[in-house]
Design a protein around this ligand. Structure first.
Ligand code: CDP
Length: 782
């Protein structure tokens, strides 16, 4: 292990060589800041109807608006063979601009190009579209009945998109039939949206040689380049995709959106650069939403609480197009991790997905492809089981945890969990939160009629997609890459196939290289997001960067070390076998005084390499042998006002285990941000549609984003169980707080309401819902 535990460190692990982990690199360069000579702006005409035939589109008035240069429609694109986009996981395709009909409110209908952003917006207003409304299906359970066929363009004449299942159906049914206790609950994880502060945008520019430079807010620039080739036929070598700085992605910036295709077509047609920047409303109403899983959870158990079976049947609302970016073989993502941290001997999970007249998506919002939904289902389910058995939810969890000595653990749904120590992480949480004292206080408060709740979530994640034998997107295997060059004076550059959107790769990638090579991290430049310079990689989402690219970086650095060892031997005039890497330098074995630093070796690599190959560079592609399985124990403490239904989160503790920590400060920042999102999802956010398919949350006054005023104060701690197969033992962490926290919040509220016999409330848990739950369950309050 090159990055080792420092028991005294407050976060458990710190970089040995970096005394101050608060070292951060950074720059500022966003798509919206870009401007090129002759640049045009694009605006999109969007449908006010959720489902309607397009009778006619007339752009003649728009073309009279000063500054407007062109209007394109779905018919124009279809004529050019660009009418439809393939979706990343290959189960569906998506209209670029509406062809024949619209399928959701705010769908893209036409694109207008003009000399200024204002002129483009005026032009879009002037485009006249005649619609003939069609019946709307805004509910997946109605879609199931196939009374209105939403997608006649597809071969299968049904609204059903796919059925996916994993596990042993028959044995699970038998075990549930034989169980001494069975709980069953419909749990809905509502539709929410990543809502990055910077919406999506791009600038498409062709040079005089016909080469496209495409600046775009993409989490996966290389995949975009390949997708642009597939859609437009422009050869990949004639495309350079650059993702500059990105103001948050959270999964929202993984799919290729219609606006991007329109901007490229506009730039090609008009021979000028074209810029398109979404509005907040466009982002919330037409780009990838998340969740919208209706999960029927059944858990079988013995009377003593030992779990015997799990069955989860899900109805998924995918909107108008199945535009999720899941790996090809995983239409429901990693939902199979729904057995969580518990030893279910048998389990069965199935997902049936349906089209509705809503925006497309189903993206992995700060989540390793449906892990958040799975984690929420099992963590709520375990609490309901504890309640019905009259057991402490902590004891029920502890009793059923996968034990430390059971790793690597083969789950009933097919994953092999790499490592974990669930009992220890829970113990740390219980001690830090002071569980016994809280229980005592809760009993005292209850005696006085006050409502206090304590909620747990002891989740396991699966991140690091992924091993090439299972994982691909559009057929491209999900490995990742790194290229490192060390310059003569001992500084260097590392390039990776990932793309940070604020996760701090500029810092952590430099730290990995510095740690492996004994160099100063401040002199390691990190570059990502330019397909002309970075090696091919699948990008950053689903906490895959550290498990995959982080490993590639460590291994590329080790390759460099091996090359450097030869030059060190030459410099010290000994055989290569006599040289060892110790205390961050090369030493002659047994003669510590005789040593050379990597900096000295780097200089020699360009000035005096001897018989060795000059230069000091390496490229590494890394195909992970397995996913990594971070885990955590989260505790929420809430107080509920029985008169108003107001919930106050008094405390929230997150104990995370992401294996070896590269940078404690960055990890803490990841946890704080993700918990704030989890808090918002639990209490404030939902993309709602009325029965007529109208989107009710089109801006930040209706779709609430928590500020520091609403957010609780986060308490964090960690344990370290390194991944056995990752070169530095690191697991991903970015998704954990968003995955783990919703269940802790909801479990705490339901615990607070347990005197009223309340069993479940779907998120977001608003005052109104709490107040009604109290009223409806307590006749005295009615
Ligand atoms: O793929 P993404 O970057 O979103 O997620 P990640 O791999 O979980 O990493 C998020 C940030 O936390 C990166 O800067 C990582 O290098 C850092 N990290 C860390 O310092 N130690 C870990 N064990 C995991 C992540």
């Amino acid at each position: 292990m090159s990055i080792e535990a420092t028991p005294k460190g407050s976060m458990g692990v710190a970089m040995k060589r970096k005394e101050d982990p608060r070292f951060l690199q950074g720059k500022g360069n966003y798509v919206d800041d870009l401007s090129f000579p002759g640049m045009l702006h694009m605006a999109i005409v969007r449908s006010p109807y959720p489902h309607a035939e397009i009778v006619n589109i007339d752009g003649s008035a728009a073309l009279k608006v000063p500054g407007v240069k062109a209007v394109i429609t779905g018919k124009d694109l279809e004529a050019a063979g660009l009418g439809w986009l393939p979706t990343f996981h290959g189960y569906d395709k998506q209209m670029v601009l509406a062809i024949g009909k619209v399928l959701f409110q705010y769908q893209e209908v036409a694109a207008v190009f003009a000399e200024s952003r204002a002129a483009a917006a005026d032009g879009a207003e002037a485009v006249e579209v005649e619609y003939k409304p069609l019946p709307v299906v805004a509910d997946p359970f109605v879609a199931k009945q196939d009374e209105v066929l939403l997608r006649p363009d597809r071969e299968a004449k049904t609204n059903h998109i796919y059925h996916w299942e994993v596990g042993d159906k028959d044995k699970t049914a038998q075990a549930l039939g034989a169980a001494e206790k069975v709980i069953k609950q419909r749990i809905w994880f509502p539709r929410c949206h990543p809502a990055p502060l910077e919406p999506c945008g791009c600038v498409a520019q062709f040079d005089t040689m016909g080469r496209l430079t495409f600046h775009v807010t993409s989490q996966a620039p290389h995949v975009y380049r390949t997708a642009i080739t597939i859609v437009t036929g422009i050869p990949e070598d004639k495309i350079r995709v650059i993702s500059p700085d990105i103001g948050g992605g959270f999964g929202n910036k993984v799919p290729v959106y219609p606006g991007y295709v329109c901007a490229i077509v506009g730039a090609l047609k008009l021979g000028r650069p074209v810029k398109w920047i979404e509005s907040r409303t466009e982002n919330l109403t037409s780009t990838g939403f998340a969740r919208d899983y209706h999960m029927d959870v059944e858990i079988g158990a013995r009377a003593d609480g030992t779990v015997t079976a799990l069955r989860v049947s899900t109805t998924a609302d995918h909107g108008a197009f199945d535009a999720a970016a899941d790996p090809t073989k995983y239409p429901a993502g990693m939902f199979g991790v729904v057995t969580g941290s518990y030893t279910f001997p048998v389990a069965h999970a199935e997902v049936d997905a349906y089209f509705t007249n809503k925006a497309p998506g189903g993206i992995a919002y700060r989540c390793s492809f449906r892990v958040t939904e799975a984690s929420y289902a099992i963590e709520r389910g375990m609490d309901i089981l504890a309640d019905e058995l009259g057991m402490d939810p902590v004891e029920l969890r502890r009793k059923n945890f996968v034990r430390k000595d059971q790793f690597p653990y083969a789950s009933a749904l097919g994953f092999t969990y790499d490592s974990g120590d669930y009992h220890r992480t829970l113990d740390v949480a219980l001690e830090k939160i002071g569980y016994q004292a809280l229980l005592k206080q809760q009993a005292e408060k209850r005696a006085k009629g006050e409502l206090m709740g304590i909620g747990f979530s002891t989740f396991t994640e699966v991140v690091g997609a992924g091993p090439s034998k299972h994982f691909d997107i559009l057929g491209i295997k999900m490995f990742d890459s790194a290229e490192i060059r060390i310059h003569p004076t001992g500084s260097g550059i590392v390039r990776a196939g990932t793309k940070s959107q604020g996760q701090g790769h500029e810092t952590t990638w430099a730290q990995i290289v510095a740690e492996e090579l004994g160099l100063d991290p401040q002199n390691i430049m990190v570059e990502e997001g330019d397909t002309d310079t970075a090696p091919y990689g699948l990008g950053t989402y689903a906490s895959r960067s550290t498990p995959v690219a982080g490993a590639a970086i460590a291994m590329a650095a080790r390759r460099i070390r091996e090359r450097a060892r030869k030059i060190a031997a030459h410099l010290m005039e000994v055989g290569e076998g006599d040289v060892e890497w110790k205390d961050y330098k090369f030493q002659v074995k047994g003669v510590p005084a005789k040593s050379v630093t990597m900096k000295e070796v780097a200089f020699a690599a360009y000035t005096n390499p001897g018989q060795n190959e000059p230069g000091l560079e390496a490229t590494q592609y890394y195909d992970p042998p397995n996913m990594t399985f971070p885990h955590g124990a989260y505790v929420a403490v809430v107080d509920v006002d029985r008169e108003t239904g107001e919930v106050k989160v008094r405390r929230f503790l997150a104990v995370d285990d992401c294996g070896t920590v590269i940078n404690p400060l960055i990890v803490e920042g990841q946890i704080h941000g993700g918990l704030t999102e989890g808090f918002a999802i639990a209490f404030m956010q939902e993309i709602q549609y009325d029965k007529d398919g109208n989107n009710l949350n089109t801006n930040f006054t209706d779709y609430l984003v928590p500020t520091s005023l609403e957010s609780p104060k986060w308490e964090t701690a960690n344990t370290v169980t390194p991944s056995p197969h990752h070169p530095i033992g690191a697991k991903g962490v970015g998704e954990s707080p968003n995955v783990g926290s919703p269940a802790a919040f909801v479990n705490a509220v339901i615990d607070a309401l347990s005197p009223f016999g309340v069993r479940h409330i779907d998120m977001p848990i608003t005052r109104d819902k709490v107040w009604r739950a109290i009223r409806d369950s307590d006749p005295a309050k009615g």
